[in-house]
Design a binder for this molecule. Structure first.
Ligand SMILES: [Zn+2]
Length: 469
């Protein structure tokens, strides 16, 4: 059967998107792969179709619980019943039952923490594993933005399972991050399948404001004018909530906020409402977006500087998956980088904790405990660990400086991104609406949102109160 026929038969699609076929062919030839496809290319198809064409189970390691749930729900919605996610969403008895029936599943999603669980590992050992997938692989890297020590043990896991066929997927990784991922996974024979991070239909804009207050007003103005739907990213949960309220009171747009502290059901509900077109704007933290299957997002605004360009490119990549023109807008007010610097420091393990007496370690937050445990097991000396932490801190600062450079460059924003990822500059002929440095106008992205010109709820309410309906 030709691959196109298999695609039609199993997944109902007529054609592959760029890169998908090459990735599947590589896996079917029994070769490990490191795959970088831009956000929105449909990486799920790569391992799903490969899975159908091979005997045995596909084990997918996924970094975010909500993403994992999404993928499972979507596969089920398309008629695949043999799919399960083993994570903390399962009640203990459900987990026991799922593990008992594990051989009946074709697609098994796991968090890296779950993979380190001995019962889970023991059960997986009894299965035939056709393909081992690591999704959003930049999270593995020491230099990724979501450092979790359990990821560092994935290499040992592969060794333990006698190096199963492995597919590593990511949307953004610089050469350094790529090398680090391959090292962590003990994967020295992977074929690299790398596609450009560039998304020509997304025009790039930056906007600078003198003060927070001006930036706030600027945001409301943009949201009112831009053609929706759109996502606005904030670096704090509190601000995501506050701005959603602001947008609700200042515009007639339907909006919601989204962050990791919300109940899984509320998060799911908002994702669904957004996907169905019932919401114009989502005010979110970076927890929103991985796995969002919505093709017509018209803009992505960042209210704060993201920690690095990898995160930025990934987040703006959620716009315009339908290929229609879309806008990515980065807002900045003087002093914003201070906030990022604080976040970066907060995120890193404080070297002073290495001196903490063992009996006090138990009272630390779980992430710190795991990191300390990881370092304790690594056999590294305290000096060596300190050096690593210092390197990591330095790396984060460099990332932030690169992000700031994007904001400050007078040259083409797209060329800046491509240079960062070690790519050739894009062909200007192909990109009439490239970036604001090259003359792209934000007004081209304004539109008539059906609800935009209506009056806000409170005006309507007052009208009804005093004038009658
Ligand atoms: Zn440009």
């Amino acid at each position: 059967m030709r691959l196109e026929e298999a695609l039609k038969k199993y997944l109902g699609y007529e054609t592959f998107r760029p890169g998908q076929k090459e990735v599947i062919e590589t896996a079917l030839a029994g070769k490990n792969s490191f795959v970088m496809l831009p956000t929105g290319t449909g990486k799920t198809v790569c391992y799903q179709l490969t899975g159908y064409l091979l005997e045995g189970a596909v084990v997918i390691i996924s970094p975010l619980l909500s993403l994992m749930q999404d993928q499972v729900e979507r596969m089920k919605a398309y008629g695949e019943k043999r799919v399960i996610a083993i994570n903390s969403f399962l009640a203990p008895q459900e987990k026991v039952a799922a593990l008992r029936r594990l051989d009946q599943y074709k697609f098994i999603f796991l968090s890296p923490e779950m993979l380190m669980n001995d019962t889970v590992k023991g059960r997986l050992k009894q299965l035939k594993i056709a393909l081992f997938v690591i999704d959003e692989a930049h999270c593995i890297s020491q230099w990724g933005h979501d450092f979790r020590p359990d990821y560092l043990a994935l290499g040992d896991f592969r060794a333990d399972f006698e190096y199963p066929l492995t597919m590593v997927l990511t949307a953004t990784a610089t050469e350094r991050v790529r090398q680090d991922i391959l090292l962590q996974l003990q994967l020295n024979d992977a074929e690299s399948i790398i596609y450009s991070v560039d998304r020509p239909n997304i025009a790039l804009f930056t906007r600078r404001y003198a003060t927070f207050k001006e930036k706030k007003a600027g945001l409301v103005e943009l949201v009112r004018e831009l053609k929706s739907p759109g996502i606005i990213y904030f670096s704090s949960k509190r601000l995501a909530e506050e701005f959603q309220q602001l947008i609700r009171s200042e515009t007639a747009l339907e909006s919601a906020y989204y962050h990791g502290d919300m109940q899984a059901e509320s998060r799911m509900m908002i994702q669904q409402q957004f996907s169905r077109g019932q919401l114009d704007v989502i005010c979110a933290t970076s927890a929103f977006g991985m796995g969002i299957d919505k093709a017509d997002i018209r803009y992505v605004i960042h209210f704060h500087l993201p920690g690095d360009l990898e995160a930025y490119v990934q987040e703006i990549g959620r716009a315009g998956r339908d290929g229609e023109k879309s806008a990515a807008i980065l807002l900045y007010a003087n002093g914003d980088e201070m906030l990022q610097r604080q976040l970066a420091d907060k995120d890193a393990l404080d070297p002073a904790l290495l001196e903490l007496p063992a009996e006090l370690v138990g009272s630390l937050p779980e992430t710190e405990q795991r990191m300390l445990a990881h370092y304790a097991e690594s056999g590294l000396s305290k000096g060596a660990i300190r050096k690593r932490l210092e390197e990591r801190r330095h790396w984060k600062q460099q990332n932030l400086a690169a992000m700031k450079g994007y904001l400050e460059t007078e040259g083409c924003l797209r060329a800046y991104i491509l240079r960062y990822f070690g790519e050739e500059a894009a062909d200007k002929e192909q990109q009439p609406d490239c970036c604001d440095r090259d003359g792209a106008e934000i007004t081209h992205y304004f539109g008539t949102n059906e609800r935009r010109n209506e009056q806000p709820d409170w005006v309507r309410y007052l009208d009804e109160l005093f004038v009658g309906p």
